[in-house]
Structures are given as C-alpha cells and as structure tokens.
Write a new protein. Sequence first.
Length: 125
Amino acid sequence: MTQTETNKQIVTAAYQRIFGDLDITGVDEYMSADFIQHNPTIADGPEGVKALVQMLISQGVPKQKCTFKHVVAEADTVILHSRYEMAGKEWRFIDIYRIANGKLAEHWDAMMQMPDVRSNNNPMF
C-alpha cells in the first residue's frame, strides 16, 4: 500500500471514530499533540477537538456511520467530502487534513447545511 493510500485510511478511520462514533479516545490515538486547527470556532490541539465532540454529544448528535462521497489524497494531504447529521439536519462537509508521522497534524474545513428550499434539483452528495 502506498503512503497516500495509508493516509486515506488514517483519515477516514479517524473521522469515523471521532465524529461518527463520537469516541473521544480516538482523538488521542489519531491526532498529533500539536494539532493545528484552522476552523476559527475550535481551539488548537487535541483538547479543542475533544471539546467539540463533547459539545456534539451534549446536543444529542447521534452516533452515525459517516458517508464519504469523495476521498482525495496527494502526498501528506487528504480531502474528505462527507455527509453528517446534526440537530436533525443534514450537513455536507469538506475537510482537509495534513498527515505527519501517521497522525492528523492540521485541519481546514467548510460546511453547508442542506437547505429547506432548493434552487435546483442537483444532489449535494
């Protein structure tokens, strides 16, 4: 298996465990101690992601199977296009992770809630 394929497996396994299974122990297993977060609403480091997962749990977000429409990787970067449910609404996410030493080292994202009224019939996923 190439390093690129290994990186894809690391990211999808981490995402499912942390955000699908809502398993906070996955943060320590998959994230580097100096994890850099580019989402301005989440603190740097593993503790910021743990706080996010705890918030999701407290808001009643269910454990769920994460569905990935696209998983694209080049060198140390993996991009996920995924579907997720929060607060009874469907969301679409684009997450970009940089991998270093087999761990998630850096993260960027963009997210969109499925609108109630659509301007076209094209699927978002």
